[in-house]
Design a binder for this molecule. Sequence first.
Ligand SMILES: Cc1cc2nc3c(=O)[nH]c(=O)nc-3n(C[C@H](O)[C@H](O)[C@H](O)COP(=O)(O)OP(=O)(O)OC[C@H]3O[C@@H](n4cnc5c(N)ncnc54)[C@H](O)[C@@H]3O)c2cc1C
Length: 422
Amino acid sequence: MSFGPSGMYPAYAAPSEAAVRHYDAMVAFLREEVLPAEAAYDRHRVEAGEGDHSVPPVIEELKVKARERGLWNLFLPSESGLTQLEYAPIAELSGWSNELAPEAINCQAPDTGNMELLHLIGTEAQQREWLDPLLAGEIRSAFAMTEPRVASSDATNIETRIERDGDEYVINGRKWWISGAADPRCRLLIVMGKTDPEAATHRQQSMVIVPVDTPGVDIQRSLPVFGRQDQHGHCEVELTDVRVPVSHILGEEGGGFAAAQARLGPGRIHHVMRALGAGERALAMMVQRAQQRTAFGGPLAEQSAVRERIAESRIELEQARALCHHAAHVVDSEGNKAARHLIAAAKVAVPRAVLSVIDRSIQLHGGAGVTDSTPLAMLYGWHRAMRIFDGPDEAHLTTLARAELSREPLFDLPATIFDQLR
Ligand SMILES: Cc1cc2nc3c(=O)[nH]c(=O)nc-3n(C[C@H](O)[C@H](O)[C@H](O)COP(=O)(O)OP(=O)(O)OC[C@H]3O[C@@H](n4cnc5c(N)ncnc54)[C@H](O)[C@@H]3O)c2cc1C
């Protein structure tokens, strides 16, 4: 049993030779190329200034180097031959440098989720036009579901209209938090909207592919996360009488809600895998700082309060990783649907654990921890946002509680004192 009170946890198969080879290659890539490139990335962003979304040249250079090392599209089992459990430690390594490494190996959100969708339900023509250049790392994409006017954690609320007019769809609506839409390489939006507001609740929505240069697509601004602009942006987008051919429907009309669920499952677990790497980096920084910084007569590492925080951080990361890997194993062995509760649990537990580790690391860095001289403040902001994007914690907790409340009990338990009082 994959989720619930059974104690029968599976033994995982040993990783394949290819998985070990990719893992070792990823360690070397981070050590030799990615971590040393962070300074150039940061310099470009500072010099380009607030609101600039140009691509630091070092990113395209890293992509070439990653490909030469065979580190490319590892998130997609049909491309890489890796299971999700084998991909998990590699994705985790990419989270150590979360603004450079995922993109360097073409495993960055939101493109991974979009590539998965195109791979799963795209037509042959859509795959050639959009999936191939995405897999080649030539273009980028965005996923446009959330709307400012409605509570979008409940995707049935989405109001954007997709109306058929002859051989075209006409799209009208307002989206926000559309990650990646400010990147100059972004060529397509996958837009979720309603094709039939009268249909059953979960059959009203559809997804269409909208090239960003279609007339009526207005990318108005990029929203900062805790005051910080990401390179690829999180955009507010107005869609006014946007026309695309009916062949741009992704999957079937009315199938948008189900497709969104299919997209978000793997997307969520990949976020969680990368988050673990960010947590490991924060812990490594905490350890280094504790050993190097002296206060009140000795290194901070000699203070029992500091040692305890380091130990608590290790425990939390190991717990979080075990849950993430278990979820990945169930995705591999039983599929996304069977793994959905475990993915929901990991989506709640892992960012929480990682945030508490980053928070301790910030504390140990003192004033330096809240500046942008270390990556800690950026990591804190991003992982705090992770508790909201791809579904807020409460939505996942609701799903988990529903599953628990509808579960057949494992035992007929003896009457409690409360039963006897009836
Ligand atoms: C950095 C970032 C990147 C994002 N990228 C994208 C993207 O690329 N594409 C895209 O479409 N969207 C994106 N989003 C949007 C994100 O997915 C939504 O913000 C999220 O789904 C929540 O929707 P909402 O903001 O409308 O909040 P609402 O739905 O209004 O919810 C607000 C709050 O209500 C509470 N709540 C909701 N449901 C329940 C419940 N069942 N029980 C109790 N409380 C509840 C929660 O506290 C929740 O945070 C991104 C968001 C951020 C911050």
